[in-house]
Structure formats: structure tokens, C-alpha cells
Design a protein around this ligand. Structure first.
Ligand SMILES: Cc1ncc(COP(=O)(O)O)c(C=O)c1O
Length: 434
């Protein structure tokens, strides 16, 4: 398995594809900039000075390593649930306790895993002699990390955000502006993450000499899927060590939410050659499985080429990308990381989707049981755990990546979970503005 993974990696570098996925489908104008980025990254990868600098800022600015927590109360509840579902004959056998661990990226500075990739790419930007960052953001966590790092390294930052996301994640918009970034609302198309990516790319094409496009997920044209995955792999490297220390063995199952795919790939990658570790990605099931009401690309995977890369996209029979929906802006995107599409095709990573309702349930559950309020993106995984433990009856040791914390979602969760009190609060706030 290890050897197969390495051969595949070498091929990826040569062909710039993961199997049939990935590639570089961009206008001629962008080729030189992507070549420069690729050369810069491959040099930096083997440059001990760069690696030391990255490690140092991840620790001193980011707060790494992030903790691994045994979610005792959640584990007990799910053990009971699993027991209660057993037939009476099986129930007589010895109870097998479930152990759920949480890798908590919400502890990272700026509140989500996005900072890992942003610090890496910001160092690349300066190495290329560029002084401006341009980025897209959905949930605002990537934008917040870009704005913060830009302030720290004295870089200019322009952040594009779909109108829909701009308002539903306004706490992050405010924070980005306060950090000195220019936040540009995108009112084209479906006014979500896909449209923000288009606008950011357009700006980049017009300003290639001075600007680095700091893409926030493991997608887009090569080399982005490679370098974003590598910068995020610090999550899995740490988790592997921490899990071994905690239990003396590797887990049976890893679970992570999947928007573009950066937190899941960062978490999974260091375990890929450990054949006994199963991997599960959770997509946004939204309101229903009707087109336009979810963002589950893997439900009926359809190959396409969009925004510079080949992967699975939510599209109609004519190949037109279709609108998506998710309660969490970070999962509300029609495409998926080409490497995840490949790993799915190989059967290495499986997928399930969790609905908006399950995500809210997950948010409440982790808050109440463990005192951790997760971002709505990874709350999808917690909300799906009752189904996951049924699908994986042999798994007794599970680790979930909590990709971020839930502060940014206050306007969404409060509206759903505490509506009347929230309305009163907003009314008072409005009155105080008069
Ligand atoms: C907290 C959090 N988790 C997950 C995601 C999804 O992105 P990815 O799949 O690239 O990790 C986002 C995206 O904004 C996010 O903010």
C-alpha cells in the first residue's frame, strides 16, 4: 500500500493529475503564474529554512499543535445507542465501549484549520516577491485567516465573498475589515463560494505580477490541490502521533466534513498507507436530495471541468453547474477536491451526507456533551455519528476532525435553536442603534 501511494504521488507530480482528476485547465495567461508557483513550492518543500520558518509561525502565531480530546460523554452516549440497537441475543455479549476522539482545529488562531494553508501560501507569496494576497471565502474562515496573516506580514489583502455568504457570515466580514482587508461582495450567479472563486481568479489574472491567489481548498488548477493538501497535512501528522500515544494503536475510522476537501485531505493523508484505517467524508445533505437543495457531489458523481480542474461537480444533463444549498457556507460548493474524487474512485475514502437538521443537532450535541461548540461544517459529522456507528459496526475507535469553532455561526444557530430570545436581542440591538 505504501509503495502504491508513493508511485501514485510521483505520477501526480509528472502528470499534474490524480488518476483522471485534477490537471490545469486555464487560460494561457495563467500558465506562467502557475509554473512559477509550482517551482517556488517544490523548492520550498525541500528547503529546510522554509520548513523551519513555517513550523515556527504555525507554533508561535497559530498555536499548533492543536489538542486531541477523548470525547468521553459523547462516547458513552453512542455506546449506549449502539447497544440499544443490538438484538437481544447479541446484547448478552460483553459491551464493546466506543471511543470517540476529537482533533480540535477550532483551537487554532482565527478559529479553523484554514490558517495552516494560509501561513504556508503567504510565505510562498513573499518568496515570489509578491506583496498582495487575493482570496475567495465562503464561511469567512479562510478570509479571516488571510486577513490576519496579511496584517502580520504587512501584505495587502482583497477577499471576495458571495453576497449570500457575506450576510450569513457577517461576523467574519466585520473581523476581516477590522484587520485591514478589503472585502468585496460578489453578486453574480448564485452569490456563493463558486462565484467568489470566479471573481478572485479574474482579479488575479488582471494583477499577476504583484498578486498571489491564495486558494483556500485542495482544488483549482495544479499545483493548488497538491500544496493545499500538503500544508493541511500537519493535522493528520499530529493526530497520528497523538492517537498512537492515547490508545497505543491507530484508529479504526477517521471522519471529516468535506467542502472543497482541505481539512479532510489534511487529516486523512498521513494515514492513507495504513490499510486498516477507514476514512469517511461527510458532505452537505442540505434540505433534501433534490437538485439545488444540497451539496453532495458524491451522491451521483458527475465528471466535469470547472474553475481550472477536472473533478466531480453538481451539474445538469447539459454539464451546467447547478446551484447548491447548505446551512453551512463552507460546504456550499458544487465541486470537490480532485484527490478526493480519485480516492473515492479507488474505494479508499467513502462518503455520506448529513442534512442541515443533522448539522444543527451535531452543533447542539457537541456543545452539550463536551463543551465544544463546533463550526456548522464539522457539526455535520457529529450529527451523523448515530448513523456512522451503525454503518461501521466493527469500529470502536473513531477520530473526528473538528475543523473549526462555531462562533462565526451565531446568527444561524441562534435563529434555529433559540429563535424567540434571539429576535428579542436583535430588536434591542436595533433600538440601541437609533
Ligand atoms: C470550519 C470549516 N470547516 C470546513 C470547511 C470546508 O472546507 P474544506 O473542505 O476545504 O476543509 C470550511 C470552509 O470554509 C470551514 O470554514
Amino acid at each position: 500500500m505504501k509503495k502504491k501511494t508513493e508511485v501514485f504521488r510521483r505520477n501526480y507530480l509528472k502528470k499534474r493529475c490524480f488518476g483522471e482528476f485534477g490537471g490545469r485547465y486555464v487560460p494561457e495567461l495563467l500558465i506562467q503564474a502557475l509554473d512559477d508557483l509550482e517551482a517556488c513550492y517544490l523548492q520550498a518543500k525541500t528547503d529546510s529554512h522554509f520548513q523551519r520558518e513555517l513550523k515556527s509561525v504555525l507554533q508561535s502565531y497559530g498555536g499548533r499543535p492543536t489538542p486531541l480530546l477523548f470525547a468521553k460523554n459523547l462516547s458513552e452516549e453512542l455506546t449506549e445507542l449502539r447497544e440499544s440497537r443490538k438484538s437481544s441475543a447479541l446484547r448478552k455479549q460483553r459491551k464493546q465501549p466506543l471511543k470517540i476522539y476529537i482533533k480540535n482545529e477550532g483551537i487554532l488562531h482565527t478559529g479553523a484549520h484554514k490558517l495552516n494553508n494560509v501561513l504556508g501560501q503567504a510565505l510562498l507569496c513573499m518568496r515570489m516577491g509578491k506583496r498582495e494576497l487575493v482570496a475567495e471565502t465562503g464561511a469567512g474562515q479562510h478570509g479571516l485567516a488571510v486577513a490576519s496573516v496579511a496584517a502580520k506580514f504587512k501584505l495587502a489583502a482583497k477577499i471576495f465573498m458571495g453576497e449570500e455568504d457575506y450576510f450569513r457570515q457577517y461576523p467574519n466580514v466585520y473581523a476581516m475589515k477590522n484587520l485591514g482587508a478589503k472585502v468585496i461582495m460578489v453578486s453574480d450567479g448564485t452569490r456563493r463560494l463558486k462565484d467568489a472563486v470566479n471573481a478572485a481568479m479574474k482579479y488575479w489574472i488582471e494583477n499577476l505580477k504583484t498578486t498571489h491567489y491564495l486558494l483556500g481548498s485542495a482544488l483549482g488548477p495544479f499545483p493548488y490541490p497538491l500544496l493545499v493538501r500538503d500544508f493541511q497535512s500537519v493535522i493528520g501528522v499530529e493526530a497520528k502521533k497523538q492517537l498512537k500515544q492515547a490508545e497505543g494503536r491507530l484508529p479504526d475510522l477517521l471522519c471529516a466534513c468535506v467542502g472543497g476537501g482541505s481539512n479532510s485531505l489534511g487529516f486523512f493523508t498521513p494515514f492513507l498507507s495504513d490499510a486498516k484505517v477507514a476514512m469517511l467524508g461527510i458532505e452537505a445533505g442540505g434540505k433534501s436530495m433534490k437538485l439545488g437543495e444540497h451539496a453532495s457531489r458524491m451522491k451521483e458523481p458527475k465528471l466535469g471541468i470547472v474553475q481550472g480542474y477536472k473533478s466531480y461537480f453538481i451539474q445538469n444533463a447539459d454539464g451546467q453547474v447547478q446551484p447548491t444549498h447548505s446551512i453551512s457556507a463552507g460546504l456550499d460548493y458544487p465541486g470537490i477536491a480532485p484527490e478526493l474524487a480519485y480516492l473515492h474512485q479507488q474505494g479508499r475514502v467513502k462518503f455520506l451526507s448529513a442534512s442541515d437538521k443533522e448539522a444543527l443537532e451535531g452543533f447542539r450535541k457537541l456543545s452539550e456533551k463536551e463543551g465544544i461548540s463546533p463550526a456548522l461544517e464539522c457539526a455535520h459529522v457529529i450529527g451523523k455519528l448515530p448513523v456512522i456507528i451503525q454503518r461501521y459496526p466493527e469500529a470502536s475507535f473513531i477520530c473526528v476532525n473538528i475543523s473549526g469553532r462555531g462562533d462565526k455561526d451565531i446568527f444561524i444557530t441562534a435563529k434555529h435553536l433559540d429563535k424567540d430570545a434571539w429576535r428579542e436581542f436583535l430588536k434591542r440591538e436595533l433600538r440601541s442603534l437609533r
